[in-house]
Design a protein around this ligand. Structure first.
Ligand SMILES: Nc1nc2c(ncn2[C@@H]2O[C@H](COP(=O)(O)OP(=O)(O)OP(=O)(O)O)[C@@H](O)[C@H]2O)c(=O)[nH]1
Length: 280
C-alpha cells in the first residue's frame, strides 16, 4: 500500500540521523533528499515537496545551534511538523451528533467509490449503535440502486431509493424526510458520479444539496488518479460546501500522495481512507 511504502521510506530517511555520528548540513541534505524523493514517488505535488524542504531548512540553522541542543530531535520534529502540514488543512471535520439526524451527502467523480464508501460509513456507525441508513439519489448510473440494495441488505442497513423516479432531488428529499421522521441519526445520501465539465450534473448536485441541506458534504476521491484530482476537487468545492474528504483505493497504487495535494486545494480534512472494495 502506498502509504505504508511512503511511511517506510520516511522512517528509513529519519533513521539515517541516528546512524550519523555528527549531524551537519550534509546529513540533513541527504535525509531531506531521501524524504523528498519518496514523496515525489508517491505523486505528492512538487510545489508542496519543495515547500517542505525549504521550511525544514529554514528552521534548522547549524551555525546558530548551541552545542548541547539535540539536533536529531529538532530535525525530526521539523520534518514531522511539515509532513503533518501536508495533510492538515487546518479545518476541523464535521462531528456527527448522536441523538439527532445527521445528513451526510456524498459527491465525487464517476467510479470514485462513493456507493461503496457510503455503505462502509453507514456500517461504521451501525456498529457503534447509531441508527444509520442510506438514500440512493444516483439516478444516472444504471444499477446504482441495485448496488445500494445489495450492499445494504448484506450489511443490514435500511435504505431508500426508486426504480421509477428520475429526479434525484425528489428521491433525496423523500428519503431524508422519511428517515428523519423515523429517528435515524446517520442519514447518508449517495449521489451520481459527475465531472466538472458536465454542467447540468453539477447544477443537479447543487439542487440536491439545496433541497436536503446536508450537515456535511463528503467529497470522495479516487487516489489512483493522483494529482489530476486537484482541478476536480477545486471545482466541486466551488459549487458546493465540501466539509470533508474520503480518499479511496489507497490499496496497491503508487499515486496516493497526489491525493494529498488535492486535499490541500480543497482545505477539507480527510476523515477516512478506503483500502478495499465493499468488504473492507
Ligand atoms: N481497491 C479498491 N477498490 C475500491 C475502493 N472503493 C471502491 N472500490 C471499487 O471501485 C469501484 C467503483 O466503486 P463505486 O462505489 O461503485 O463507485 P461510485 O463512485 O459509486 O460510482 P458512480 O456511481 O458510477 O459514480 C467498485 O468496483 C468498488 O469495489 C477502495 O478503497 N479500494
Amino acid at each position: 500500500m502506498v502509504l505504508a511504502d511512503l511511511g517506510r521510506k520516511i522512517t528509513t530517511a529519519l533513521q539515517s540521523l541516528s546512524r550519523a555520528t555528527i549531524i551537519n548540513e550534509d546529513v540533513l541534505n541527504s535525509m531531506l533528499k531521501q524524504i523528498c524523493a519518496a514523496l515525489l514517488e508517491a505523486d505528492v505535488n512538487i510545489r508542496l515537496v519543495k515547500n517542505l524542504r525549504e521550511n525544514v531548512r529554514a528552521v534548522i540553522d547549524f551555525d546558530e545551534m548551541a552545542g548541547g541542543l539535540n539536533k536529531r530531535r529538532m530535525i525530526q520534529s521539523a520534518v514531522f511538523k511539515e509532513l503533518v502540514k501536508l495533510v492538515d488543512p487546518g479545518v476541523k471535520p464535521y462531528q456527527p451528533v448522536k441523538g439527532k439526524p445527521n445528513v451526510i451527502m456524498f459527491v465525487g467523480l464517476q467510479g470514485s467509490g462513493k456507493t461503496t464508501t457510503c455503505t462502509k460509513l453507514a456500517y461504521h456507525y451501525l456498529r457503534k449503535n447509531w441508527k444509520s441508513c442510506l438514500v440512493c439519489a444516483d439516478t444516472f448510473r444504471a444499477g446504482a440502486y441495485d448496488q445500494v440494495k445489495q450492499n445494504c441488505t448484506k450489511a443490514r442497513i435500511p435504505f431508500y431509493g426508486s426504480y421509477t423516479e428520475v429526479d434525484p432531488v425528489v428521491i433525496a428529499t423523500t428519503g431524508v424526510e422519511m428517515f428523519k421522521k423515523e429517528g435515524f441519526e446517520m442519514i447518508i445520501v449517495d449521489t451520481s458520479g459527475r465531472h466538472k465539465q458536465e454542467e447540468s450534473l453539477f447544477e443537479e448536485m447543487l439542487a440536491v444539496a439545496n433541497a436536503i441541506k446536508p450537515d456535511n458534504i463528503i467529497f470522495v476521491m479516487d487516489a489512483t488518479i493522483g494529482q489530476a484530482c486537484e482541478g476536480q476537487a477545486r471545482a466541486f468545492k466551488d459549487k458546493v460546501d465540501i466539509g470533508s474528504v474520503i480518499i479511496t483505493k489507497l490499496d496497491g497504487h503508487a499515486k496516493g500522495g497526489g491525493a494529498l495535494s488535492a486535499v490541500a486545494a480543497t482545505q477539507s480534512p480527510i476523515i477516512f481512507i478506503g483500502t478495499g472494495g465493499a468488504h473492507r
